[in-house]
Design a protein around this ligand. Sequence first.
Ligand SMILES: C[S@@+](CC[C@H](N)C(=O)[O-])C[C@H]1O[C@@H](n2cnc3c(N)ncnc32)[C@H](O)[C@@H]1O
Length: 202
Amino acid sequence: MAGPRLSDRLKFASKFATHGRKIASIAPSSRWLSRAMCKDIDPTRPQTILELGAGTGPVTEVIQQTMHPESRFISVEVDDELHAIAKKRCPNVEIIHRSAGDIDGILDACGMDSVDCFLSCLPVPSLPQEVNRQILDTWFRRCTSGTFTQITQIPWYYMSMYKRVFKEVSFSLVAMNCPPAGVYHCRSLRADYASLERLPGK
Ligand SMILES: C[S@@+](CC[C@H](N)C(=O)[O-])C[C@H]1O[C@@H](n2cnc3c(N)ncnc32)[C@H](O)[C@@H]1O
């Protein structure tokens, strides 16, 4: 698999320099981190797959390569320049240029009533708490038997929070990334998740 072009990496780094926490990482995900994000996808059967925060598209590309060819896959990216780069990199993927804050509207517009694999590359700590709650609420309604996969640049830091929200949580550490990062793999939202007063976020 060819790595992302140098110009894409530079654009991503310059976005990090100007927007910092909204981007959350100095470099696009490595192929090892992108593969770890795709661990919960089942390539043997068609699924509905949602990615939030495509960036320059490294995870998007591996999702497309991993999924069953009859899977339905949509991705979302809010930044116009990163969206354009991801679209060029993965022209066959439906990459929506909108904020994940309107996740229900996006899924309704795409006719995706339920989601099997919910992959979030969003910078959770820098999003407004209402957006993080909205994302969990949407997962609760549309993804009850599916998987919730969340990238992180701060390995293990939010483990206890995810364990309070989901019944099953495991973590994959990915050292081969700049910086070392990881992935939370979650299933089965706890019935009382809505009573959690504080979620990560501003
Ligand atoms: C940590 S980067 C991950 C990018 C890419 N998926 C990767 O792994 O390299 C987070 C991405 O989420 C995007 N993002 C931040 N807030 C967003 C929002 N509210 N809706 C959609 N995308 C958002 C950022 O523009 C950025 O591209």
